[in-house]
Structure formats: structure tokens, C-alpha cells
Design a binder for this molecule. Structure first.
Ligand code: AMP
Ligand code: MG
Length: 492
């Protein structure tokens, strides 16, 4: 039986220097951990066949589906500010592209499927823990409503991978609008390959930003649109307390999706300086630094586009600078609009930003849980009976009381009644996020005891993050002091 993937591989038709053709490496004993059946259907794939032994052969890289043209994509990137002219897919292989039910072209990629010409010193493999983390967090992100890559499947390889200890190996099947990164542009710019850059830009415009092709100046319009997409994405990360953890330019998607879930994490107590990643010692990628880093990365993208913007270098630089100047305004507009929604404000007043800022400051000073404060505020929006549950989250509850008086005054100027405000707020303030202590416990159960029940349960709860699920209320709670996770580690 062969399983049909309706592949149409446009990236593999680009010139050879864009990638390396490479087959996934066979693994000993593939075993399906989970298939995302809804996503399979959305991609036009048959979930029953994919979860059959033949399907699992494909998802583990043991066999390559018909019409796949496996490639490892070339890219470069700034890692923690240092430029590396060649990175590329060192442990991932793009099988091909399919067009989904919404007519969006999606990449299907195996991650952890063996070495490629870009592996450098790595083994091309992935351990089960990071695969489950990426599966869970990317699916949680999608359910929260943010642009993200998706997880189609996780399989165990039946082999071990050597990290600090021997760990079970696994392969993740990742789905993305594309895997083209800021670093993909840097790869060609570093080689002064202007023709390659132009081909890549034309490809990206056709695939992701077709409106830019209608513009008088398509490359500038393309840059503007990537800047807008990233400004919006990063604002949305902040609204849900997400910390990417490794915002290197090779981990920033041109399509504006959250990509490369490594040491990422959601914040518990609100503190803009929060860092989780064990390798981020300087706090470069701290929660509150993400907008600034976003602009830094986009500046690197703009630099690569200079030869396409204008032949005259001064003109090109002025043009790119003008595009980049729009980032802050776009980010702030998106961030502030989201904060207003989180506070239940439909109308705009100047004092709103001070009101929001004062709440955030009080939360930081009083170690209030980010997610729960806003979720419970949604109930307090219906009337002061809800205040008790919010104020308890503050070390000094009086800090909330003083703020709540001003908030209520402001709410009295709003057209909405309390009940509809509560509904609107609950739709933007999630009850459930992937809490680190839960994620770590889930990984431990799977890796140490081959127990996937916590993974399944957590995944199910996180698929409805805006709904109260009383039977699972414990998943909404912040960690007890002894459960706190301070460090997360890269997926390598
Ligand atoms: P990441 O930190 O996962 O974004 O990866 C940065 C770079 O290292 C990319 O080029 C990856 O392909 C490569 N890489 C990460 N882990 C491995 C591995 N186990 N084997 C080979 N290459 C890897
Ligand atoms: Mg990466």
C-alpha cells in the first residue's frame, strides 16, 4: 500500500544552491506517539493510513513518500548576535509541499530524521523530550490563535540519542507556511549572490505576500509586510506571556509564524526580565526584549535586501531605514490594542496606556501570575464580586485594590455592559497556557516511564485554552515554589 501525499514541490525547483538533496536516514523501530488527525485532514492526508504501520514508516523517515523531493534547506543566521554564514537544516528534511483546504501551501518537514550536509558536528537527531515540547507548545499556540508552525506527528525511533545522557530518539513532523527564515536571505547576501536573493525574494512574494507583487516597488512592499507581520506576531507573544527564547535570525520566519520551539516558555509571575533559556545568559531574548530583538533581526533582513531596493546604495539604505522606522509604531499599535482588549476596553482613551502600565508594574512588584491575573480580571469585569480572586494573586493585595478603583472608573465610560465585557475578555485572556512545570512533568513521564497519558491530557486541555475546564482547573494554576522551572534547554 502506498500513501499518497499530494506533493507539489516548488522550493525544490529553485536552483541547486538553495538546498541539498538528501534522504532521511532509516531508524530501527518506529512507533507512533501521536498523529494530529485534524491537521492531517486539513492537509488532505488520510489520518487512518498515516497512523498505519506504512504511514509510520513515512513519518519516521524510513520510507520516502511518492512525489516527495527531500531536501535540507540552506540558510545562515545571527546566533546571539554572531553571524554564522552557513547553518541550514542540520537535522530536518523538507519532504515537500501540499496545498491545504484553505488553499495555503504548507511545507511538510521531518525534524530529527538524520544528518544532512548542514549538520556540522550534530547528529541530525532529536530527543523525545524536545519533540514533545515542540508538539505541545506549537499546538497550544495554534489553539491560542497565534500564527505558528504546526505539529502533524511525533514518532519514537526505537533508537537512543546521546545528549548529556542517552535519551529516546524521536522525529517530529512539522508543518509550516514555509521554512524560509530571515537567515535564508542572509545566506545569499553573505555570498553576494544577488541573483539568488532576487529569486528568493520573488519566490517569497509569490508564496506569502502576493499583494506586494501588485505594488510599484514589490521588494519594498515585501519588506514592509514582513515588518508588519513580525510586529504583530511579537505583540501577540507579549499578550500571552510567551518567551521564544532563541530569537536568532535563523529562527525568525519570513511568513510571520512562530517557529523553532526550543527553550521557549510561558511566563508565570509577570516580570519583563524573565529569561528561561539556559544558553541566554545575558538576557538577550528576555520577555520584554523581544520587540527590540525583532527590530534588530528585521534590520538584518533589510540589509540583505539593499541591492534589490535601489542600485544606488545611499538610496537603498534610506529606503530600508524608512521601512524599519515603521516597526515601532506598528508594534505599539498592536501591543496597545491587545492590552485594551485584555482590560475590557472597547473605546480608546489616552489614559488607557498608563492604566495598563500601572497594572503591569503592580503585577511585577507583587509577583502576580500573568495569565491568571487577566483571566480573573475578566470575571471581575462583571462586577466587584470577582475582585477577591484577583487581589489574592498580589503579594500586597492593596496594590490591586488601588488600581481596580481607577479601572472601574474607566469601565464606567465604556458602552458595554458587564456581562458582555466578561465574555469579550474571556475570549482574549486564556485560562490555560502550557505551564513549564506541567510541560516538564509531561516530558519526564514520557521519557522516564514511557507514559504518554500526561502528554495527551495536557494537549487536550490546551486545545481549548479560553474555556474554563473545571475538571482540569489544576492545569491553570501557577507552580508551587518547589515546582518552579527556572531553566529550559535547547532542543539539540
Ligand atoms: P536551533 O538552535 O535548533 O535553531 O539550530 C541551530 C542550527 O543547528 C541549525 O542549523 C540546526 O539545523 C542545527 N542543529 C541543531 N541541532 C542539531 C543536531 N542535533 N544535528 C545537526 N544539526 C543540528
Ligand atoms: Mg533553528
Amino acid at each position: 500500500m502506498t500513501i499518497h501525499f499530494p506533493f507539489d514541490n516548488t522550493y525544490a525547483r529553485l536552483p541547486d544552491r538553495f538546498y541539498a538533496r538528501v534522504e532521511p536516514e532509516a531508524v530501527a523501530a518506529p512507533r507512533l506517539v501521536r498523529l494530529n488527525r485534524d491537521l492531517a485532514l486539513h492537509l488532505g492526508l488520510d489520518p487512518d493510513r498515516l497512523s498505519s504501520p506504512d504511514g509510520v514508516e513515512l513519518l519516521s523517515g524510513n520510507r520516502v513518500p511518492d512525489a516527495a523531493e527531500p531536501i535540507a534547506m540552506a540558510y545562515a543566521g545571527h546566533q546571539f548576535g554572531q553571524f554564522v554564514p552557513q547553518l541550514g537544516d542540520g537535522r530536518a528534511i523538507l519532504l515537500g509541499e501540499v496545498v491545504d483546504q484553505n488553499s495555503i501551501r504548507r511545507d511538510i518537514q521531518l525534524k530529527g530524521s538524520g544528518p544532512t550536509p548542514f549538520s556540522r558536528r550534530g547528529d541530525g537527531r532529536a530527543a523525545l523530550g524536545p519533540v514533545l515540547r515542540e508538539y505541545l507548545l506549537s499546538e497550544a499556540m495554534a489553539a491560542l490563535g497565534l500564527p505558528t508552525t504546526r505539529a502533524l506527528a511525533a514518532v519514537l525511533t526505537g533508537e537512543t540519542v546521546a545528549r548529556e545522557t542517552l535519551l529516546p530518539g524521536a522525529v517530529l513532523t512539522r508543518v509550516a507556511s514555509s521554512h524560509i527564515r530571515v537567515g535564508t536571505f542572509q545566506f545569499f547576501a553573505a555570498r553576494q549572490d544577488v541573483e539568488g536573493l532576487r529569486l528568493l525574494a520573488d519566490y517569497v512574494i509569490a508564496r506569502h505576500y502576493p499583494q506586494a507583487a501588485e505594488s510599484d516597488r514589490p521588494y519594498r512592499a515585501f519588506l514592509d509586510q514582513v515588518i508588519a507581520a513580525q510586529a504583530d506576531l511579537i505583540a501577540r507573544w507579549l499578550h500571552i506571556g510567551f518567551i521564544h527564547g532563541v530569537m536568532n535570525t535563523d529562527n525568525m520566519s519570513i511568513a510571520g509564524e512562530t517557529i523553532d520551539y526550543g527553550p521557549c516558555a510561558f511566563m508565570d509571575a509577570y516580570d519583563p526580565a524573565t529569561v528561561f533559556s539556559s544558553i541566554d545568559r545575558q538576557g538577550r531574548y528576555a520577555y520584554g526584549n523581544q520587540p527590540r530583538i525583532g527590530l534588530w533581526n528585521l534590520t538584518r533582513l533589510a540589509e540583505t535586501l539593499l541591492p534589490l531596493l535601489f542600485l544606488d546604495e545611499d538610496k537603498a539604505v534610506a529606503d530600508a531605514s524608512e521601512a524599519l522606522e515603521a516597526f515601532s509604531g506598528k508594534f505599539e499599535a498592536a501591543y496597545h490594542a491587545g492590552l485594551r482588549r485584555k482590560l475590557g476596553l472597547l473605546t480608546e482613551r489616552e489614559e488607557d496606556l498608563t492604566l495598563a502600565g500601572d497594572l503591569l508594574n503592580a503585577m511585577a512588584e507583587n509577583q502576580a501570575d500573568f495569565t491568571l491575573t487577566f483571566r480573573r480580571l475578566s470575571d471581575a469585569a462583571a462586577g466587584p464580586a470577582g475582585d477577591e480572586a484577583v487581589r489574592n494573586l498580589f503579594i500586597n493585595p492593596l496594590a490591586y485594590d488601588a488600581w481596580a478603583v481607577r479601572w472601574r472608573e474607566r469601565l464606567s465610560l465604556e458602552p458595554q455592559d458587564g456581562a458582555s465585557r466578561q465574555v469579550a475578555m474571556r475570549a482574549v485572556n486564556p485560562a490555560f497556557i502550557p505551564r513549564n512545570h506541567r510541560v516538564e512533568a509531561m516530558i519526564q513521564a514520557a521519557v522516564e516511564r514511557d507514559d504518554f497519558a500526561p502528554f495527551e491530557e495536557l494537549l487536550a486541555v490546551l486545545s481549548n485554552p479560553y474555556q474554563d475546564q473545571p475538571a482540569f482547573a489544576h492545569y491553570s494554576e501557577p507552580p508551587e515554589p518547589h515546582q518552579r522551572v527556572y531553566r529550559t534547554f535547547c532542543g539539540t
